[in-house]
Design a protein around this ligand. Structure first.
Ligand code: UDX
Ligand code: UDX
Length: 434
């Protein structure tokens, strides 16, 4: 099967490399030439555990390549996975301008039957627009099909998620397209769910919004815990022991970020609104998530009173551990608020510093990029832990305390035990527990 992956970002890179690893012949293409140049040399432009090894392995094997030329890539492939970005517009809906652009290019290069697969998260009914666009612009009578195959990859474990999936959803409207996609994923045939396209498109938005709801729910419960003697970690444990609820995605904290949840929950609310179904439920979850930052910043103010001229160490900048991705990372909003209040920030992250420098350039006044957690906390009046990297769990806490001006520790992800932290002499604040 000759497959093209159009748009080799976080999703596309993993998809291209893993499809090649399954034994298919894959070409990856992207509008950013640097990404293609690097990938061709076996270097991934994103950090994702295990990705670069598989990239090198499959380049060497000869069934994976990267091409600048989109037209040529389309013409020489039978299946086209479209994984360009679908950013959020001002009204919350997904901006489909790149998907439309790629659809037109597919139409212009339709030299043989092709299956166009939506890999990006798209609103339900997008397939009709893709089909219409290709029909409008195609220059021949060659047939094609549109299909949906949403990704459920979590950044940080995306390679393993791809190669060990819980489910593979395939949305199709013809036997021919169905056979093609079932063949691509034949290794996982016991985990295939074949539906119509609208259903597949909706499964993705419905899943992500549900997970975001779950997080906002436990975060709201954590607020209640802070006003009582309840402990949110134990509440979550108690809830999670019920298999109907499940123990995953019940970690209270500073809120969810990333390129999916914040955007998808708004997109689904907008889809509902457009179709006359009120989704205030999702809007409320979004509000709860945004409020997490206010609550966290208020806690810092309650500990330090005035933030002006205070030195604040921020550990963890990526939106979650094991990725360099900072899209919608809570760290950005917190840092912005600290800078507005006149604080100096000392920042550290194992992988995301280079990306954060695009948001807060190195020369920004009062912004300092540290070399290690220990460097970050030097003379700090407070330490904020925003992302739960393992490196932070393993820090020498005595050393950390010794380096700080004031041992104020704000744990935005509940990675330490309150009693232990207090014993070490920290003024320790966490989420939803005392
Ligand atoms: C993915 C999904 O595709 C998106 O729908 C989902 O909601 C978030 O996750 P992701 O891979 O994370 O997107 O986005 P990004 O890293 O921005 O990758 C998109 C890639 O497409 C970029 O490399 C971009 O350069 C490329 N692109 C964009 C094209 O090649 N052509 C275009 O016309 C537009
Ligand atoms: C998500 C979905 O999980 C994946 O299936 C989808 O295809 C893409 O979007 P991702 O955004 O990479 O994946 O990360 P995920 O692990 O879902 O975490 C998203 C955010 O939620 C992170 O900011 C994380 O810190 C936060 N989170 C997660 C919590 O605050 N509490 C939890 O219990 C779980």
């Amino acid at each position: 099967m000759k497959i093209a992956v159009i748009g080799t970002g976080y999703v596309g890179m993993v998809t291209a490399v893993c499809l090649a690893d399954l034994g298919h012949t894959v070409i990856g293409t992207d509008v950013v030439p640097e990404k293609i140049d690097k990938a061709s040399r076996g270097i991934s432009h994103i950090y994702e555990s295990g990705l670069e090894e598989l990239l090198k392995k499959n380049l060497k094997r000869g069934n994976l390549s990267f091409l600048h030329d989109l037209d040529e890539t389309i013409r020489s492939s039978e299946v086209l996975f479209v994984s360009v970005n679908t950013p959020q517009r001002e009204d919350g809906s997904a901006d489909m301008v790149y998907v439309e652009g790629v659809s037109r290019r597919i139409a212009e290069n339709l030299n043989s039957y092709k299956v166009v697969v939506e890999k990006s998260t798209v609103p339900v009914k997008t397939s009709l627009w893709i089909k219409r666009t290709i029909d409008l612009h195609k220059k021949s009578d060659v047939e094609f099909d549109v299909a949906s195959n949403p990704e459920f990859l979590r950044e940080g474990t995306a390679v393993s998620d791809f190669l060990h999936p819980d489910r593979i959803v395939i949305g199709v409207e013809s036997e021919r397209a169905r056979d093609v996609l079932v063949e691509i994923y034949k290794k996982f045939k016991d985990r295939l769910l074949v539906t119509n396209i609208d259903t597949a498109e909706l499964i993705k938005h419905a899943s992500n919004s549900f997970l975001a709801l779950k997080i906002s729910y436990i975060n709201l419960i954590s607020e209640l815990c802070e006003k009582t003697d309840a402990d949110v970690e134990l509440v979550a444990q108690g809830m999670g022991m019920d298999p109907r609820i499940g123990d995953q995605f019940l970690r209270a904290g500073i809120g969810y970020g990333g390129s999916c949840f914040p955007k998808d929950i708004r997109a689904l609310a907008k889809i509902g609104e457009d179709l006359g179904v009120s989704f205030d439920l999702l809007k409320e979850a979004d509000k709860i998530n945004l409020k997490r930052i206010d609550i966290f910043v208020d806690k810092i103010k309650n500990a330090l009173w005035i933030l002006k001229d205070k030195v604040i160490a921020v550990l963890g900048l990526s939106f979650k551990p094991e990725t360099d991705d900072i899209r919608e990372a809570p760290s950005i909003k917190v840092i912005q608020r600290l800078l507005e209040e006149g604080a100096t920030v000392r920042l550290y992250d194992p992988k995301a510093m280079e990306n954060l420098k695009q948001v807060f350039p190195e020369k920004t006044p009062q912004v300092h990029y540290a070399k290690s957690p220990y460097d970050a906390v030097e003379k700090a009046n407070a330490l904020l832990l925003i992302t739960e990297w393992d490196e932070f769990k393993e820090m020498d806490l005595k050393k950390i305390k010794g380096l700080m001006a004031n041992p104020i520790f704000m744990d935005g992800r509940n990675i330490f035990e309150p009693a232990q932290m207090r014993e070490l002499g920290f003024d320790y604040y966490s989420i939803g527990r005392k």
